[in-house]
Design a protein around this ligand. Structure first.
Ligand SMILES: [Ca+2]
Ligand SMILES: [Ca+2]
Ligand SMILES: [Ca+2]
Length: 153
């Protein structure tokens, strides 16, 4: 039996943007921590899964002021590996609070199926629904937005 070989890809987070800092109105910045979970089922029945956490230590102070609420140029590789015809990209974010439970950002999840070539590209707010309702784009969530790309390695 020959080993069926998949395609090697990389998923890279480019930027994220906070629309609601999940803090009381007088507080300009929230303390954010993020993680990603990217996984796929292989044709041989196994699963590939890679999880990352960022920042590696502590948190990022991010404002939700429209002028400076973006963490740009992250270029963070959240997955690099071989896949066949299935991939799920998930991002999670939480805002740390000292005296109460941390607040959670809306969870991001997007599932890709079929030929890998169909997924290669950039995923950002706006490009799925360019005309009418950009707020319904999957990368544009209720309290944050993300942009990443999937590329062949
Ligand atoms: Ca909070
Ligand atoms: Ca806080
Ligand atoms: Ca999009």
């Amino acid at each position: 039996m020959t080993e069926q070989s998949g395609e090697r890809i990389r998923v890279v987070l480019q930027w994220l943007q906070i629309l609601d800092n999940l803090e009381p109105a007088f507080k300009e910045k929230g303390e954010f921590r993020f993680r990603s979970k990217v996984w796929g089922e292989r044709k041989n029945g196994t699963k590939v899964i890679q999880q990352t956490q960022f920042p590696e230590k502590g948190y990022w102070s991010i404002s939700d002021h429209p002028a400076w609420n973006k963490k740009d140029n992250l270029n963070r590789v959240v997955f690099e590996g071989e896949v066949d015809d299935h991939l799920v990209v998930e991002f999670f974010g939480e805002e740390l609070d000292t005296f109460s439970r941390n607040d959670e950002l809306e969870q991001y999840r997007r599932e890709f199926r079929g030929p890998v070539g169909d997924w290669i590209g950039r995923y950002a707010p706006g490009e799925d629904l360019p005309d009418d309702t950009p707020e319904l784009d999957p990368e544009s969530m209720s309290n944050w937005r993300i942009c990443y790309y999937i590329e062949r390695v």
